[in-house]
Every structure is written in C-alpha cells, then in structure tokens.
Design a protein. Structure first.
Length: 114
C-alpha cells in the first residue's frame, strides 16, 4: 500500500544550524532516500518550492481570500513529499521515523488513496 509522508520544517531550527551542519543533514537525508529507493520502498520524492513564492487560497465567509506565502501550520513549513510503499500504517510510520529530516520538524503519515 502507498503512503504519503509530508515532511515539515521548523525554519528557526534550520537557521540555528551552521552551514556545515545543514549540508551534513542534507547528505544524510539523500542517503536515507537512496536506501529507501534501493529497497523498493520509495516510490517518489519531491521538494516543494520556496514557500515565499506560495499563495494560499481560502474560503472565508463565502469569499475567496488569497494570502501570500504558504498556509500556516502549527508544524512549520511543508517542504517535502515522499510516497512510500509500506505493508501497513505502522510500517509507514517506521519508515518516517528513520528519516533524518525528522530532526527539523514532524513528518505526517497518510494513506494514499487510489
């Protein structure tokens, strides 16, 4: 079954890292994804563009409202989407728990419909 892992990032936590620490974390993330792909579990992964270029569209009191920037969440900025193959939800959760990007924010795990 496919699951979607939505990786969020606390931008302040990322900025607290040195350039070397950020580069090391990016290498660890890439290595983890290569391992997932190598064992057939990673279906696809995609970084999201700069959130400053995003526009949020909402319906408020029957009116469409546009806001510059990403939709605010309590978790930070949504930065990466990963589709994985997993036996069940617990298996997908274990895959998410192995990802180094977890150090900078939560990873939401959802079953993929269809």
């Amino acid at each position: 079954m496919k699951y979607l892992l939505l990786a969020y990032r606390d931008d302040e936590a990322r900025l607290s890292l040195t350039a070397g620490q950020r580069e090391a974390l990016e290498r660890e993330c890439l290595a983890a994804e290569i391992e997932l792909r190598g064992n057939g579990r990673l279906v696809s992964a995609q970084d999201l563009g700069d959130g400053r270029e995003a526009v949020s569209v909402e319906l408020k009191q029957g009116q469409v409202v546009y806001s510059e920037g990403p939709y605010p969440t309590r978790w930070g900025t949504l930065v990466r989407l990963l589709f994985v193959e997993a036996a069940d939800l617990n298996d997908a959760m274990r895959a998410a728990a192995q990802l180094p990007q977890l150090r900078l924010g939560p990873i939401e795990v959802r079953p993929a419909a269809g």
